[in-house]
Design a protein around this ligand. Structure first.
Ligand SMILES: *[C@@H]1O[C@H](CO)[C@@H](O)[C@H](O)[C@H]1NC(C)=O
Ligand SMILES: *[C@@H]1O[C@H](CO)[C@@H](O)[C@H](O)[C@H]1NC(C)=O
Ligand SMILES: *[C@@H]1O[C@H](CO)[C@@H](O)[C@H](O)[C@H]1NC(C)=O
Ligand SMILES: *[C@@H]1O[C@H](CO)[C@@H](O)[C@H](O)[C@H]1NC(C)=O
Length: 415
């Protein structure tokens, strides 16, 4: 390509040297440069070659420079150029004729054009616009189809009058649609929009233009534009039919591909395994199964989420986590705590009971000794002992000692 261009330039050079002797070629700027709005956030720049230049210079190019909203420049051989751009700040651009000749660069002066910013008071336009798309299976019975929904939310401008009403439009390619299903804030202003079906293709990589304008009796409401990369705002669905089972210490988890126009090999997954004891594991996988080992005694919660892999599209969001499912021995924390509290209560009551027994001798009251025979036996034993000792004195002492508790018991039982 480059050598071909050089040969071409070389040929032109000899031709032009003949046509413009002295090499004092003056390039003239393009004429009739206009900026025309052709759609939401879309303009067409067009110009003509200067008629006074003559038809001799076939190799001229144009250098286009966009000044507002964001500086950008490029070269083209065409005399028109389409731009997708936000327009609420206005749009301005310049163009000039350029030519590479004799290994030197020639350029005309610039011509400029401007599309004025739409009117509106500052602070009246919406803020924090976010949009996401989601793919659902279409309900055509004999044809596999998908429909893409669009959901956008925003906040009313901080200086927007209370009676402000906002309207949302989107453009995708040449399709433009106005929102039909709004949600409102407390002042009844539209602050969210839902398109159950759009013209957006979930696999294509195009830009989505969103335009939100508004009206109020008290002030001109400034519109707001934003361009979204459709792949970046597409949120995949959650994986389906997540199941898990434990065999011994082996935990195996399975799931199915989320509803999506992307084929099965296009998905990355994250598996989250966690429990109430603080265990938390998040693992990545590219297949529809995951195997892990467990201690076999805890209950585990499992969630899975999906994203389209970089092999199939460059950027994108993760899906929401699937609803948690659990596996493993179910040990209800309530039962466990109940058992602990119950045993603690029993221990405490036993302690109190023993303590009271000690103070009031309840034990002896509950099972009072049968006085007569016991006393006799004791006397007998003591007596026998005494007889062995062979001392009358000790016998009397022992007798009186035995009598005492009996007296005390009788005394106590009076009360
Ligand atoms: C530029 O615009 C004028 C008026 O619109 C028109 O008469 C003229 O032919 C245009 N010039 C070119 C080179 O198209
Ligand atoms: C709106 O966006 C601004 C700046 O981007 C941020 O500071 C603010 O927290 C956002 N407000 C809400 C409610 O999200
Ligand atoms: C899908 O089903 C809904 C109601 O069940 C129906 O209104 C709609 O037309 C159907 N769409 C297609 C594409 O079949
Ligand atoms: C909002 O923009 C749409 C699309 O450009 C336009 O048709 C409509 O008249 C505008 N509404 C207001 C209130 O500016």
């Amino acid at each position: 390509m480059v050598p071909a261009l050089l040969i071409l330039l070389g040929a032109m050079e000899t031709l032009q040297t003949d046509l413009f002797p002295g090499k004092t070629l003056l390039l003239l700027p393009p004429v009739n440069f206009t900026i025309k709005v052709t759609g939401l956030a879309q303009v067409l720049l067009s110009w003509e070659q200067n008629p006074n230049q003559g038809q001799t210079i076939a190799t001229v190019k144009y250098h286009v420079k966009i000044n507002t909203p964001q500086e950008e420049d490029y070269e083209t051989r065409n005399t028109e150029s389409k731009c997708e751009t936000i327009l609420h700040q206005g749009f301005s651009a310049s163009v000039r004729t350029i030519l590479w000749r004799d290994h030197s660069f020639l350029a005309s002066s610039w011509v400029s054009a401007e599309h004025k910013a739409p009117p509106g008071f500052p602070g009246t336009s919406i803020v924090n616009l976010t949009c996401t798309t989601n793919t659902e299976a279409g309900n055509y019975t004999n044809l596999k189809s998908y429909q893409v929904s669009l959901h956008c939310t925003w906040l009313a401008g901080k200086d927007a009058p209370e009676d402000t009403q906002y309207f949302l439009y989107y453009r995708y390619g040449s399709w433009t649609e106005e929102c039909q299903e709004y949600s409102k804030d407390i002042l009844n202003r539209n602050t969210a929009c839902w398109f159950p079906r759009t013209f957006i293709h979930s696999k294509a990589r195009n830009r989505l233009a969103v335009h939100v304008n508004g009206s109020s009796k008290h002030a001109a409401v400034k519109p707001f534009d934003q361009l979204f990369d459709t792949q970046a705002i597409d949120q995949p669905n959650t994986p389906m039919n997540v199941t898990a089972e434990i065999e011994g210490s082996r935990l195996s988890i399975q799931w199915a591909k989320p509803v999506s126009a992307f084929p099965i090999h296009c998905f990355d997954y994250e598996v989250k395994i966690y429990n109430m004891k603080g265990y938390n594991q998040v693992e990545k996988t590219t297949t529809n199964t995951f195997v892990s080992t467990t201690d076999g005694v805890s209950k585990y919660f499992i969630q899975v989420r999906a994203a389209v892999s970089p092999a199939c599209r460059t950027i994108g969001l993760w899906s929401k986590w699937s609803r948690p499912i659990y596996v493993g021995k179910e040990q209800k924390p309530i039962t466990k705590w109940f058992l602990i509290i119950l045993s603690a209560t029993i221990c405490f009551m036993l302690l109190i009971f023993l303590f009271l027994c000690r103070i009031y001798h309840i034990w002896t009251k509950l099972f009072p000794p049968v006085p007569e025979p016991k006393s006799n036996i004791k006397d007998f034993i003591v007596t026998t002992n005494c007889e062995k000792a062979g001392s009358r004195e000790t016998e009397i002492e022992a007798m009186s000692y035995i009598e005492e508790p009996v007296f005390e018991i009788l005394e106590n039982s009076v009360f």
